[in-house]
Design a protein around this ligand. Structure first.
Ligand code: SF4
Length: 355
């Protein structure tokens, strides 16, 4: 028998919460994480200054954060490993990528999910492999639905589906493609430099389990990544040519601004808005349930990044934000709710008339 004080779940949770980081980039606050392109400068400086997290990630948050990568490992183990019989081979996984001071004076580090080779049969019958960088992302639950369609009452509601720039995924693959290009452009082992990439989303929610494929190409002449095609095998009606350009220098420019504060050991200005002013037009895009919660003073409306920030209370305190709405503000928030409900009704009626 095992002692009744023993819990293997407790041990696992301990690993989840307390395992020390051994990452190379953690030694230097100015080495940015490729997957954290959109990270707030103020949050980075709180971390660099050793400020205690006011909102550390709880157990649920830890699981939520890792859920995607666990699914991705399953996809890799169960599905990607069988692709060679279809002419697609994995050249490497978790390839180390980054630059030290050479990215317009800034530094970054990251790991490419997949370096794949797509078999191409030449005229003489021999086979060569076209290297393609694949970045796999997972969205589960409401995020998966939002990827296909934003809320019906959002003013951003549109048919066009683009790769995620708000969370930096499109930028992340852009950085990896730049890195792969630099490493292969004068490399005699490659007949041509790597420029191709796929941002591959796995979306999973009730009644939906699909791969969204965003095809991208690195353009060295402009140091940008062009997303040119969306494909989804299960939803053919959303397959289309797209046109989204990610300028990589913009990322470096943002990091350079943050580095000034990080190097000086000073608090950077916030990159996001913890609390919108009640007259802020972004409030119109908040889903109805959140507006209802705000009216009851149960939630503060602001940028989503702040909701997940480990320093959000400390930040609000430093910015002297009142996280409770006054009666006059609640009145204004309530008016959005009526407006949104009316708008939703109008859209519903319009759709019904079209049928
Ligand atoms: S709460 Fe928002 S603005 Fe403040 S540090 Fe966090 S992400 Fe930045």
């Amino acid at each position: 028998m095992i002692s009744k004080n023993f819990s293997i779940g407790k041990k696992i949770n301990n690993v989840l919460q307390n395992f020390p980081s051994l990452r190379f980039r953690d030694r230097d606050v100015c080495i940015h994480d490729a997957s954290g392109v959109i990270k707030c400068g103020r949050a980075l400086s709180y971390k660099a200054l050793g400020v205690e997290q006011s909102n550390p990630i709880d157990n649920l948050g830890h699981f939520r954060m890792r859920f995607g990568s666990w699914i991705e490992r399953g996809i890799q183990y169960e599905l990607m490993s069988k692709l060679p019989m279809l002419g697609i081979v994995t050249l490497s996984t978790q390839g180390s990528a980054g630059e030290h001071g050479t990215f317009y004076g800034t530094s970054w580090h990251g790991f490419r999910d997949y370096d794949m080779g797509f078999a191409q049969v030449k005229q003489d019958g021999s086979t060569s492999y076209k290297p393609v960088i694949i970045e796999l992302k997972t969205k589960v639950g409401i995020g998966a639905n939002f990827m296909i369609k934003k809320t019906a009452w959002s003013k951003f509601y549109k048919d066009e589906i683009l790769p995620d720039t708000e969370w930096g995924y499109a930028q992340q693959l852009g950085l990896y493609l730049r890195d792969a290009y630099i490493k292969t452009k004068d490399n005699s082992k490659f007949s041509q430099p790597i420029t191709d990439g796929i941002l591959l989303y796995f979306l999973y929610v009730d009644k939906l389990a699909v791969f969204l494929e965003f095809y991208a190409e690195y353009k060295p002449e402009t140091d940008s990544t062009h997303y040119y095609r969306l494909h989804c095998e299960q939803i053919p009606e959303i397959c289309k040519d797209i046109d989204l350009t990610v300028n990589l220098k913009d990322i470096a420019d943002n990091w350079a601004k943050q580095d000034v504060y990080l190097k000086a050991g000073k608090l950077a200005p916030p990159d996001y808005c913890r609390k919108y002013d009640v007259t802020d037009e972004r409030i119109e895009d908040e889903p109805e349930y959140k507006l209802k919660m705000a009216v009851k003073n149960e939630v503060v409306l602001g940028d989503t990044h702040c909701q997940y920030c480990e320093y959000k209370d400390r930040c609000s305190q430093d910015l002297k934000l009142d996280l409770k709405y006054k009666a006059s503000e609640v009145k204004i928030l309530r008016s959005y709710l009526t407006r949104e409900t009316k708008k939703k009704g109008r859209e519903y009626a319009k759709k019904k008339n079209q049928k």
